[in-house]
Every structure is written in C-alpha cells, then in structure tokens.
Design a protein around this ligand. Structure first.
Ligand code: FES
Ligand code: FES
Length: 144
C-alpha cells in the first residue's frame, strides 16, 4: 500500500510491487486517464506529470519513489481549464487527435513552474507528436 498525493488529494494505492510505474497506478488504480502511455522508455513524453514541481516521465517512475511526494497530473492543473497553458493551447487549437497533448501541456506547465519564460519554454518541450502539432505548439507558447 502506498500513500500518494495526487492533485491535492491523498490516495491509498494498493500496489504489491513498488517498482510498478506510476503511470499505471494513476491510470488503472486511481482512474486518472489523462496521463497517456506512448513509448514506455522516456522518449515521447506522453506520460509527463509533475512530481514535487519537476517534470517526470511517469512510465519509468516507480510508485514507491512517488509515495509522499506532490504529484500533479493534467487533471489537476486547474479546476476549469484556466491555467495559462490550457488557455494558450485552446486559443491556438493545438490538439489534433489529442493523444500526446496532456504530456505537452504538462511539459509546458512544468517549464513555467521551473522559471522558464518565452522561447525557453519551447526548448524545454521535447515531447513527440505523431500528428505534427509542433507549429501550433510554437504558436501557443508565444502566448505564454
Ligand atoms: S510513455 Fe513515458 S516517455 Fe513515452
Ligand atoms: S495531437 Fe495527435 S499525437 Fe499529438
């Protein structure tokens, strides 16, 4: 059993193997399916969450290491899509299929939280998008 603080709520997650990736605990046990699985090897960024304010790939982050830390997923970014990144993404209609976008948004939000501004934010986003939304991501970041 691991105590997880996700989006300000405390959960008791019944997980037998502490090496279980946080991604599967978020999705399959807590039902927070906004965080996506893409590659599982820290390449695509679809699984990006914030842990104690740092951007992390939840596909390779052990649940045992996440216990007791402050985890933020895309569901917890704002209660009403009012976070500046969400507003910029919406304004520029960034998503196409949408699959990668929660990871993109969390990467941008994490970059801002880390103190990056302007073009620096863009250089901090390494996420992959099969639909090729990169130009729209650039446009959205310019609004931040
Ligand atoms: S699923 Fe984690 S980086 Fe691709
Ligand atoms: S919007 Fe489809 S993969 Fe990025």
């Amino acid at each position: 059993m691991y105590t997880l603080n996700v989006n300000g709520t405390t959960y008791q997650a019944n997980v037998s193997d502490g090496a279980t990736p946080l991604l599967w605990v978020l999705r399959d046990i807590l039902g927070l399916t906004g965080t996506k699985y893409g590659c599982g090897i820290e390449v695509c960024g679809a699984c990006t969450v914030l842990i104690d304010g740092q951007r992390e790939h939840s596909c390779v982050y052990d649940v045992s290491s996440a216990a007791g830390k402050r985890i933020v997923t895309v569901e917890g970014l704002s209660p009403d899509n009012s976070h500046p990144v969400q507003q910029a993404w919406q304004g520029c209609q960034v998503p196409q299929c949408g699959y990668c976008q929660s990871g993109m948004i969390m990467a941008a939000a994490g970059a801002i939280q880390a103190g990056h501004r302007g073009p620096e934010i863009l250089s901090e986003i390494k996420n992959l998008c099969v639909c090729g939304t990169y130009q729209r991501v650039r446009d959205a970041v310019q609004k931040l």
